[in-house]
Design a protein around this ligand. Structure first.
Ligand code: HGA
Length: 605
């Protein structure tokens, strides 16, 4: 999604702004731009191509300045054309970059037109900049504070005014914004990663905050209008996360980083103890009688997998909901439920809103499973489990998913233990399985050459079916989502037992049927489903555990996985599906890390 960078310094900050945009590129965008104050005027460059093109433009026109703002845009209102790219100006005096959606932009636009403002873009953003201009009386900080009170919706903004060349003002409501504190220079960004190399000291702004950056420091006013002091946090941001190394794409790098990411995630687990989730977790876990898990996209599939573990291992009733549905649905709150929210970035707008909705209904017990310690979701939940996947750049989530599964499995086992559902021997066995997981993943990653051969065939298809059963049904869903996201092949997943109730009608030679075949209690049922497909001339591509004894045959293509891995088997079985999607997309020549129309960290609704 959109990325914002802003800076005020005593040196030319254009290279810092461009480098910041480059670090935010992974979030997905369709246009970009930068504006600086120079000679008492705002000057800008904008591009509907990549940040590299913007960089070439600013070098050519020698755009330089000590105060500036920059943006990568993922269009919500208005096509991705230059006129809609940010920064957007008001009367050549003010410049703004914005992440989010202003829901009342239509009445505001009419009101501002009535006051004589001319609109040159189709964006909702343009109302903000004219609104600030309309209330500006020589103090940008005051004008922004006044203007934002009229906005409904979500925003993170950074604003400049030509008459205040020593000031950048920012504000956030519903979209992330962080202030970076340097030596005699200060920054704003939607993600600390954008400022790697410039500072390691950050203030994560709270909802409703408006801030003023000058060379001397940062002043913050909260939503009530009071000046506040926010904690300065030291975060060593690793800029190398955005280096590709020997890999062709970030997605491939991140698939192969999974053993490392899981090692880092399990390093905090030496036994299944409530304290893994926060100091107060013991008390909360003793009070709860059910779970409500809220998430979107891939995180939703980790939630669905967790439901199987939570009900079978911990014997605790678990409801899983898509966050964007839950937040608008009338539901019955349960004060004894633990609300679990899952998000890689911790800034996913729908998940954050679902969390707030649950809290507004009276839910008091909340837990985040998240990859970013400083994110809004972690700050707004009482308990948390941090995945240590490292920065995930590829839009298609891989290592965030498998580390979320580790966190959720740990939650299930911990709750099971606290509820007296587990022997010491069983607990020791689960710890052993977790510890061995990175090595087991390595033995799956070596299957890549065989998967590449299948991917060649898949690249010529337009549709695919994915089948799984039980604990592995969500893995089939995730496999289908990965294929859709990056190869643009239409894919659907079904619980294998559901085939005969409809989708079997779709099976022809042209419709590959990918099957997840672990050697679990449902294997014999799954084998029958495989025969149903074969009997109708379907082509099966089966990832089978070695001890499932499924072998190559007419219409039956098999890649042999290691032997069955027990309860953690979904974490192994998703990896070949990630590789299949990745290599199919490569064979089709798509932009794997930035698939069309999609963005990372979905910070708009
Ligand atoms: N609504 C603005 C900004 C979009 C955005 O935040 N995308 O992530 C626009 O369409 O320009």
């Amino acid at each position: 999604m959109c990325g914002i960078v802003g800076a005020i310094a005593q040196r030319n900050i254009v290279p810092v702004l461009i480098e910041g945009l480059r670090r935010l590129e992974y979030r997905g965008y369709d246009s970009c731009g930068v504006a600086v104050l120079a000679g008492g005027e705002p000057h800008r460059a904008r591009s509907v191509a990549r940040v590299a093109d913007l960089d070439a433009q600013v070098r050519e026109i020698r755009l330089e300045g000590v105060t500036g703002i920059a943006h990568t845009r993922w269009a919500t209102h208005g096509a991705p054309v230059t006129d809609n790219a940010h920064p957007i100006f008001s009367r050549d005096a003010l410049a703004i970059v914005h992440n989010g959606i202003i829901e009342n932009y239509e009445p505001l636009r009419e009101m501002l037109r009535g006051s004589g403002y001319t609109f040159v873009s189709q964006t909702d953003t343009e109302v903000i900049v004219h609104l600030i201009h309309s209330v500006y009386r020589g103090d940008l900080f005051a004008a922004v504070r006044e203007a934002v009170t009229q906005l409904h919706g979500a925003y993170a903004i950074a604003v400049l005014h030509k008459d205040q060349p020593d000031t950048v003002v920012g504000a956030r409501q519903g979209s992330p914004l962080v202030a970076g504190l340097g030596e005699g220079e200060n920054f704003l960004a939607s993600d600390a990663l954008a400022l790697a190399g410039s500072t390691e000291h950050f203030i994560f702004l709270e909802e409703g905050d408006v801030c003023e950056l000058t060379l001397g420091g940062v002043r913050i006013v909260d939503r009530s209008g009071a000046f506040v002091t926010r904690e300065i946090r030291h975060v060593a941001v690793y800029g190398g996360a955005v280096e590709l190394g020997p890999y062709r794409h970030f997605m491939q790098k991140e698939i192969f980083e999974q053993p490392r990411a899981i090692t880092d995630t399990i390093s905090q687990i030496d036994r299944f103890d409530a304290s893994l989730f926060g100091a107060d977790a013991g008390r909360v876990f003793a009070d709860i009688e059910s779970l409500l898990v809220l998430a979107c996209g891939t995180s939703y599939y980790s939630a669905l997998t967790a439901k199987y573990w939570l009900e079978s291992v911990a014997k605790i009733p678990t409801q899983v909901e898509i966050a964007s549905e839950y937040r608008y649905r009338e539901s019955v709150p349960d004060s004894k439920a633990l609300v679990v929210v899952i998000s890689q970035s911790g800034e996913t707008a729908d998940t954050l809103a679902a969390l707030k909705h649950a809290q507004s209904l009276g839910h008091v017990h909340t837990l985040a499973v998240c990859n970013v310690a400083t994110s809004a979701i972690v700050r707004q939940t009482a308990l948390s489990f941090l995945t240590h996947a490292g920065t995930e750049i590829g839009v298609a989530s891989t290592k965030a998913f498998t580390t979320q599964l580790v966190g959720l499995f740990t939650l299930a086992v911990t709750l099971g233990k606290l509820r007296g559902r587990m022997s010491a021997a069983q607990e020791a066995d689960y710890i052993r399985q977790l510890r061995h997981l990175p090595a087991a993943l390595n033995s799956v990653l070596v299957l890549e050459p065989q998967i590449i051969a299948w991917a060649e065939e898949f690249s010529r298809k337009e549709h695919a079916l994915f089948l799984g059963r039980g604990l592995h049904y969500p893995i089939a869903l995730e496999g289908a989502l990965k294929l859709k996201e990056i190869s643009y092949i239409h894919a659907e997943a079904y619980p294998a037992g559901e085939l005969k109730h409809g989708p079997l009608a779709l099976v022809t030679e042209a419709m590959p049927v990918v099957t997840v075949a672990p050697n679990d209690t449902l294997l014999e049922k799954l084998k029958s489903n495989i025969q149903e497909v074969r009997a109708r001339g379907g082509q099966l591509y089966v990832f089978a555990d070695a001890d499932a004894h499924i072998v190559n045959d007419e219409g039956l293509h098999v890649i042999r996985m290691p032997e069955h891995y027990g309860a953690l088997s979904p974490i192994l079985h998703v990896v070949p599906l990630q590789l299949l999607a990745y290599h199919t997309a490569c064979a089709r020549g798509t932009d794997v890390d930035k698939p069309r129309n999609l963005a990372k960290s979905v910070t708009v609704e």
